[in-house]
Unconditional design. Sequence first.
Lengths: 153, 153, 153
Amino acid sequence: MKIAIVSGSDEGPTKLNAFDNALSDAGIGDVNLIKVSSMLAGNVEINELPKLKAGAMVNCVLSEITSDVSGDEITAVIAVAIGEELGCVVETTGKNKDADDLIEEAKMMVEYMMEKRGVEIKELIVEYSTATVSKIASVVASVVYLNDDIIEG
Amino acid sequence: MKIAIVSGSDEGPTKLNAFDNALSDAGIGDVNLIKVSSMLAGNVEINELPKLKAGAMVNCVLSEITSDVSGDEITAVIAVAIGEELGCVVETTGKNKDADDLIEEAKMMVEYMMEKRGVEIKELIVEYSTATVSKIASVVASVVYLNDDIIEG
Amino acid sequence: MKIAIVSGSDEGPTKLNAFDNALSDAGIGDVNLIKVSSMLAGNVEINELPKLKAGAMVNCVLSEITSDVSGDEITAVIAVAIGEELGCVVETTGKNKDADDLIEEAKMMVEYMMEKRGVEIKELIVEYSTATVSKIASVVASVVYLNDDIIEG
């Protein structure tokens, strides 16, 4: 199993468009995202996000928050724990919450998931995006599951 | 990539059943719908909805709204922009909002998405369903992604 | 088409972890769940849940409810109607509602769906999970769609 871990943020004229722009900023704006819950195979390999085919069906774990309240601080966090037998992903978001606190929470939740399964964490990666809303903004962080069908070329 | 664009509406004895009846009215009541976000490959081909296999796993963009308030006007809209390199879909819904306004909003959002990607719109299609609730009603509009696995016969 | 019908419940230190623990209790904690709407092929075969591959992409109908209010009674119900030509699944949940009432509602909704389609019910199965919340608890009931790709070994 191969994954890429990405994040992005942007403003837009509507909530939908801000969200779409944030996805494009993360490099996953031109595909169909299918949200899955949050488990990884063992020894998952982390790659740079390749160029994806337009309209491809792409499985992902998606953390996203959008706000149209000027001044709001919005944060989307993904925590990824990798183990020999399996891995776990946690996504969390916050509005006007300290990004460091959200990251800490996400780490604790994913550590608990791995401990509960008796799997040692070989690597713990956190990806996040945070922004202060000007007019309408969106932030996203995502684990993208890669396979040959969805990669361009 | 081939798609079908459908819509439907119906009443039912519960919200769940009204929604299910509206899906059946749209011709997609007997399959498993997997909601995806809203991108199309380039030069997508629009087909009539074929007969789908019962229980097939069908990717779709789904716009739906259900209400149990007698007299509510409910509307579900899908706007589909087709381009050479890729296409975009927007879904929006409204309760007691003018259907024409909702359609206009959906068109503006999808036009913005295409412009942002620098892709010229070759065709822009709007599909919508609107109803005044008698007891419990649901309206749906959907872009259904077609492939040979899900088509009967 | 082969399915398994499972349920589970557990407490946890956060809502996310309680939900994850309930999924593990149901035997589907180590896979990626993709939620689908609720149709079955004809003459679906019901199996025991096999050992699933860690991180596999698993289609399912999922009924789940999580609460952090001590004393809350939470219930997740799945009703599965099997027929010759197709089958239907209904999921419903309740907080501080009588489990028997919820089961009755789910049965009525799935019976209506089958009747509306003119398909005779050969078998009607209900699976549910109910719990009284101590600190933070989650209950789940699920129809899991099985295929060789997701089964271990």
